[in-house]
Design a protein around this ligand. Structure first.
Ligand code: PMP
Length: 438
């Protein structure tokens, strides 16, 4: 039985029921609060920047469904677009106009020539890898420790997100043969990449990286790392795959590409482009994309790919995500970072805040001097995890919902207003004290 108190009684009861019928009681591991302990909150509704659980507690939401809810919850225009789509029928298994409009919107915002819609970020990266291998006729792929690209077998080695949160080293069920062609390197380490290309240059199909990693906490690329990767791939006939599932349409209207302008051969998208529904995409150079079936022979398909309801939600979301929205997100994010820093400083809690556009995370470190900027998986792993857990629970008790893991980004929405920020400021004081007490 989960611990029950008045304000979590219904969530606790549901969690017990869920655990009886679903492994760990959840349909995605980090939701289970394993890293922070306590009762996961079962949400019933969301409105703007708030979410409400089954016990009637309302929280300021800084998870935003792990990224998608850029505009906040139940945005009236997105809901209207979804309702209109639903009333016309929910799936046809044929092409529809909204898919074309969404693809045009993505192509218009990013450097991809062509895009294929899928239903999850995992599917997008899995398909991009297959296409890169099919296009190059090579087997090996390079990924970076701490980057998470979904639960694709070949990409689970030293992955971020829930894989680090739960301390799972390599996943049982993934065969050695599957990962034999995966080369895992330290992030931001140009020498390691050069060495891998010296040894395996003519066998590497692709380098895949998060455009700016957010799944070991926010660890941005340093010293033009993406430009370096693009150049070394080009020189060796490999493809550069930039995974913008998290950053795409969130950091700027064209994602992290809008920040560093490095042109990838293939890109993957998800989260924001589905407006809260299962929609994702991969896209890239026309000559590479033309290898996909039915134009080419690399097979990829999906019964619900380009689903009319999901694409209506995604299209409405992107159409509303104007430059003004991104400016507001940047400002909100900067304010929150400042408030967190002030509260932690006041209590003398050592921390490092790292940001990539409006994405940021707060690392509770042993000492700021010893830590310096966190540039890779090893650095992210050196956090004082019990301090995060204490901070997290104090925030939760004060009505602020943070990612329940120290290895995740915090996500802001455009619905966060001054009232919400002052609620946050009030919550931060006891949370900083709780962190200091650890
Ligand atoms: N790539 C990145 C960078 C991600 O952050 C995620 C999900 N957090 C994925 C891929 C996988 O997406 P999904 O959960 O939709 O499969």
């Amino acid at each position: 039985m989960a611990a029950v108190s008045d304000h979590t009684a219904r969530s606790a009861a549901l969690f017990d029921q869920a655990t009886a019928v679903t492994p760990g009681g959840v349909n995605s591991p980090v939701r289970a609060f394993r890293a922070v302990g306590g009762v996961p909150r079962f949400m019933t509704s969301g409105d703007g920047c708030h979410i409400t659980d089954v016990d009637g507690n309302t929280y300021l939401d800084l998870v935003c469904s792990w990224g998608p809810m850029l505009l906040g919850h139940a945005h009236p225009e997105v809901i209207a677009a979804v309702q209109a789509a639903v009333s016309r029928g929910t799936s046809f298994g044929t092409p529809t106009e909204t898919e074309v409009l969404l693809a045009q919107e993505i192509v218009g915002r990013t450097p991809v020539d062509k895009v294929r819609l899928v239903s999850s970020g995992t599917e997008a990266t899995m398909s991009a890898l297959r296409l890169a291998r099919g296009f190059t006729g090579r087997d090996k792929i390079v990924k970076f420790a701490g980057c998470y690209h979904g639960h694709v077998d070949a990409l689970l080695a030293q992955a971020g997100s829930g894989v680090i949160t739960l301390g799972i080293p390599g996943t049982p069920g993934v065969t050695e043969a599957t990962t034999a062609d995966t080369i895992v390197l330290p992030y931001n380490d140009q020498d390691a990449v050069s060495a891998a290309f010296s040894q395996y240059g003519d066998q590497i199909a692709a380098v895949i990286t998060e455009a700016s990693p957010g799944n070991m906490g926010v660890v941005p690329p340093q010293d033009n790392f993406n430009a370096f990767l693009a150049a070394i791939c080009k020189a060796n006939g490999a493809l550069f795959i930039s995974d913008e599932v998290m950053t795409g349409f969130r950091i700027t209207r064209s994602g992290w590409y809008g920040v560093d302008g490095v042109q990838p051969d293939l890109m993957t998208f998800g989260k924001v482009m589905g407006g809260g529904f299962p929609a994702a995409a991969f896209g890239g150079r026309a000559d590479v994309m033309s290898h996909l079936a039915p134009e080419g022979s690399v097979y990829q398909a999906g019964t619900l790919s380009g689903n009319p309801v999901a694409t209506a939600a995604g299209l409405a979301t992107l159409q509303l995500a104007t430059d003004e929205v991104y400016a507001k997100l940047d400002e909100t994010s900067a304010t929150i970072q400042r408030l967190v820093g002030t509260a932690l400083d006041k209590e003398g809690v050592p921390y490092v805040i790292q940001s990539a556009g409006n994405l940021f995370s707060v690392f509770f470190v042993e000492s700021e001097e010893a830590s310096g900027p966190i540039r890779d998986f090893a650095g992210a792993g050196a956090q004082v995890l019990p301090r995060f857990a204490a901070f997290f629970h104090a925030m939760l008790d004060a009505g602020v919902y943070l990612p329940p893991s120290a290895f995740e980004a915090w996500f802001v929405s455009a619905a966060i207003d001054d009232d919400a920020l002052s609620r946050l400021e009030t919550a931060l004081a006891p949370a900083a004290r709780a962190a200091a007490a650890v």
